[in-house]
Design a protein around this ligand. Structure first.
Ligand code: FMN
Length: 214
């Protein structure tokens, strides 16, 4: 099983983080979580999840929110100001990190190596250690500054995965849209999930093809 970092910054898109966290824990991975102050605010607004900032007290609430109380995986939450946490050092191995959702502010700090919080530091470590780093920004429209910051992160080896679900799978619900983005985030980290549905062509063609091989 792998060790993954999930950073939650203050952009809209907390449900994506919920599904990614759930899948990682259900699959038995070890998850290190860090949430910025603005990330906590967004969790409250979008998901009704009120966290105190005391990571020990917040852990059961986060597990319940992710519907992963009974899951085999482990969750360690760290405070954003805890720059002495294991994930602040490259000597502590992790398989990858997702910043989901990623605010424009956090994107900018990561792009410029401004590691004054644990989330940015953990991302900085991932890039310097050449480990997989996936940033999931949610903003519209984007400015030239956002675009330049995304370019800088990409040049440094990070992956920008915008929270922009497609509609070609004919989603029936908001959950379908959330899961499509979550599945892409997981797949980019090398984690298979039931959310990741490969495109097999338009429905009529898929049906024909399936009939042909059945
Ligand atoms: C409900 C809510 C939604 C927000 N949505 C976004 C967003 O989608 N994208 C973004 O870049 N910032 C968004 N913000 C603003 C950021 O939270 C703000 O810039 C904050 O300073 C980011 O801090 P952080 O990068 O430390 O998490 C939102 C704020 C709130 C309260």
């Amino acid at each position: 099983m792998g060790i993954y970092v999930i950073g939650m910054a203050g952009a809209s898109g907390a449900p994506y983080a919920r599904r990614v966290l759930e899948q990682m824990l259900v699959q038995g991975h070890d998850v290190k979580g860090v949430i910025t102050d603005a990330g906590r605010k967004v969790l409250e607004v979008e998901e009704g999840l009120v966290l105190t900032g005391n990571t020990e007290a917040d852990t059961p609430a986060v597990l319940k929110w992710a519907q992963a109380v009974e899951a085999p995986g482990n969750l360690d939450l760290y405070h954003h100001k805890d720059v002495a946490a294991p994930i602040a050092s490259g000597s502590f191995y992790v398989d990858g990190m997702a910043v989901v959702p990623c605010s424009g502010g956090t994107l900018g700090r990561i792009a410029h190596g401004v590691s004054n919080g644990l989330l940015e530091r953990a991302a900085d470590v991932c890039m310097k250690e050449r480990r997989r780093l996936v940033l999931v920004p949610r903003e519209m429209p984007v400015s030239l500054i956002h675009l330049r910051n995304m370019t800088a992160v990409t040049e440094a080896g990070g992956i920008i995965l915008p929270a922009s679900p497609g509609f070609y799978h004919n989603p029936n619900s908001i959950d379908d849209l959330i899961d499509m983005v979550a599945g892409r985030i997981l797949a980019t980290l090398g984690i298979d999930s039931k959310f990741m549905k490969p495109w097999l062509g338009p429905k009529s063609r898929t049906t024909d093809a399936q009939e042909g091989i059945s």
